[in-house]
Structures are given as C-alpha cells and as structure tokens.
Design a protein around this ligand. Structure first.
Ligand SMILES: [Zn+2]
Length: 412
C-alpha cells in the first residue's frame, strides 16, 4: 500500500474520533454495558439451531424495527435484514453476525449467570456478535449519524457446519443484493485482537457404497462396502501433506453393516478436507476422489463371475471457498489501525466464517471479534464475560464508519 493511503486511513480515524457521533457512541458503549449484556441474554435465550433460526430471526427483525432501520425484513433464505440508508446507495457495506448455533433441538438455551460470567450454548458464538450488531446500529441511529454510503445489517442463517454458509451465499449471489455489496464485516465470537482476513477453505463429502450383501462365509467373494471404504481410507491417509500450507483431512463418521457374519449391503463415511491454500485443497480433493474410486475398483476386481459390482456415490455436502482480503486493503488497514487506537495489537487470522463467501468473490471482507472473553465454544458449557466489550464495539464502529464515511454534522 502506498504510504499516502496509509496516512489517509490514519487521518480518517483521527477525524472520526473527534466527531460528536463517535464520541456519543463510545460513551454509550461504556455507560450502557449492563443493558447491552441484558440484550445479549434476551437474544441467546431464544432457541436457534441449524436450519431452525426462525424464532431468533423474528426477534432480531422486531429489534431492527425498534431501532428505526428501514426495509426491515426476513429474506427467502431466512436472513434478517435492516438498512441504514446513507446519502448514497454506495459504498454499501454489510455488517453481520450469525443467527444459528451448532446445537440440536432439545438444547436448553436458558442463560445462567455466575458472577460476571454468562453460561449458555451460543452465548458467545454468536450471541456477542448479534448484540454487537444491534448495539452499533442503535448507536448510529441515536447519534443521528449521517453516513455517506449505506449499511445493511444482517443476521445470517446457516453459518455453522452443514448450514454451509447458505445465508451469506444467498445474500451475495441472489437478487436483490448480488453484485451491489462493496464490503463485508461479520462479528463472530469475542476478543478485540482478532481480525480474520483469510478464509480457510473446506470440502465436505458423504461417500456411500452399496452392494448386494450376503453371508460372510457362504457368499465370500461378494464385494464388501465396508472393506471398500477401509481401502479408501488407507489410501487417503497416505496423502503427501505439503510442508508450508496447513492442510488437513478427517474421516469423521463411518457407518455400515448389520451384523458380524453378514457382508454389508451398504456403508458410508463423512470426510472433511481443509487447506489454507485453494490450489492445495484442489489437489487434496482430487487425491481423495482417486482414492475412493481406486478403492472401490479394487474391491470390485476381486468379485466372482456373476456377482454385481459395488455402486459408489460421492456427495458434496459442504463447500467453503478459501482466499484472502489483502492486509493492505483499506478494510484490513482500518481494522488494524482502529485496534491499535484502543491500545491493542491486532492479529490477522485465518478461519472459516461467513466472510469466506465474499472473500471468494473478491469483495473485501473480514470477521472481527465483538469484544469480551469466552470459552467452551461449541459445547454446552460455553461461557462469555462482557468485561471490555466496549473495545470490540468501538473498533467495529470505527472500521465501519471508515469504510462508508461520516458526513460532517452541523453541530460541530
Ligand atoms: Zn460463529
């Protein structure tokens, strides 16, 4: 990045910090800390499971209406949207957090307090992101901030696991927003150091093998689906891993067969492939496919004349693209400077979040921690501590206003 641009973003932040709108919002983040935590508890007490985010989305819709956002609605994918219209339609920035959790329908989402600590499934991931969304939107409305570009606040569905980023995918690839969004921030989890600007790509597959099955002794020689998967796994784990780019594979679930003395008629496995490098992920993907096809062919080659061959099905159940928003981009630069401004050293990170999707489309996107601390993520013992949450909100606000621009107010 040319040094003039670096200077520009420093100057921009310095100017922002002196505006009455930012001063007002910062004070609100500090003074309303307890109320913000109460709001987080309300949001997180509403159950929200994968493919079952409706109730929480409806609560957020009501909240967006109360705050005074415009064009508030739930879209076809189930995302909850609300607009803060600036003087111009562009630059248009999406500010988001995800509505879903990883938990199943029988989960108790009641929030328990123990001292400063809040316990509940999803209290941090992404309860603190959702409340950041609400708080920042509310501060901008209350301070009567006149922004130059526009902000679209979005609670997304389907960020976790098999949700496969379906909410954010819908937003960026379908009408009416496809092609109109210029940048993207998601608040996901706690912390104030973290800036996720690199997207960790993954491919997820369900491999199913079916055969005729039979008696383990009497029909020996009939191709065995479990043996075929065993051969496939053996081939997969021999993958020559690259030294530099972190790359992983995992057979996370294996099923099949009915009894010890029966040749199974079916078997399946779920496989997760990841790499920080897109080309490496493609290589691993090709190796995985060759492994499975080769293993099934090998198992079929031993069959007796007249026996039917195994049938193979490889189903893609998840695909998250990888990529990077350059550390020298305006967005990452602003987020880093805003972090330093709060006396914290920023850390650029790689992760798998809603930002993967816009990053893969070449749209500047990052995921930020929403302040506070947490532990036990993705477990029933998940906890969150709101202390210093205001720092996460402050750097989020500064980054957002740096990107869309704040118009000079009359009362300066
Ligand atoms: Zn999350």
């Amino acid at each position: 990045m040319p040094s003039s641009a670096l200077k520009d973003s420093s100057k921009l932040l310095k100017n922002l910090l002196q505006t009455p709108e930012v001063v007002y919002s910062f004070r609100l983040f500090e003074e309303q800390a307890d109320a913000i935590t109460e709001e987080q508890i309300k949001i997180c007490s509403i159950p929200s499971i994968p493919f079952g985010e409706e109730q929480r989305a409806e609560y957020l819709r009501q909240k967006f209406l109360d705050i005074g956002l415009s064009n508030v609605h739930i879209d076809a994918a189930g995302n909850c949207l609300g607009m803060l219209q600036g003087r111009f339609q562009s630059p248009l920035m999406v500010v988001s957090a995800h509505l879903d959790t990883v938990f199943s329908s029988n989960t108790d989402f009641t929030v328990r307090r123990c001292g400063e600590r809040l316990y509940a499934p999803g209290i941090s991931d992404d309860g603190c992101g959702l409340v950041a969304l609400v708080t920042i939107a509310s501060a901008l409305m209350k301070s009567r901030a006149k922004i130059s570009g526009s902000l679209l606040f979005v609670g997304t569905v389907g960020e976790e696991g098999e949700g496969n980023l379906r909410g954010v995918r819908h937003l960026f690839t379908e009408e009416p927003w496809a092609g109109r969004i210029d940048s993207f921030i998601s608040f996901d989890g706690p912390g104030v150091e973290r800036i996720t600007n690199r997207a960790l790509g993954s491919h997820r597959y369900r491999v199913t093998v079916k055969g005729s099955g039979g008696h383990s002794w009497g029909d020996f020689g009939i191709p065995n689906p479990v043996h075929a998967l065993g051969r496939a796994i053996s081939r997969l784990v021999s993958y020559p891993l690259p030294k530099d780019q972190r790359t992983t594979f995992n057979v996370g679930k294996l099923q099949g067969g009915s009894s010890i003395n029966s040749i199974p008629s079916d078997a399946s496995m779920d496989v997760d492939l990841r790499s920080c490098d897109e080309a490496e992920l493609k290589r691993l993907d090709a190796f995985f496919r060759r492994s499975v096809h080769g293993a099934v062919d090998q198992e079929n080659s031993t069959r007796r004349p007249g026996d039917s061959p195994l049938l193979l099905n490889i189903e893609l159940v998840g695909e998250r693209p990888s990529g990077e928003t350059s550390p020298n981009s305006m967005l990452v630069e602003l987020a880093q400077k805003a972090t330093r401004n709060l006396g914290v050293e920023p850390e650029l990170e790689q992760s798998s979040t809603d930002a993967n999707l816009p990053i893969s489309l070449g749209i500047p996107a990052i995921t930020l921690g929403a302040g506070g601390t947490s532990g036990g993520s993705h477990t029933l013992d998940e906890w969150y501590e709101p202390r210093h949450r205001d720092k996460g909100l402050k750097r989020g606000l500064l980054t957002i206003l740096g990107m869309v621009g704040l118009e000079q107010s009359n009362n300066t």
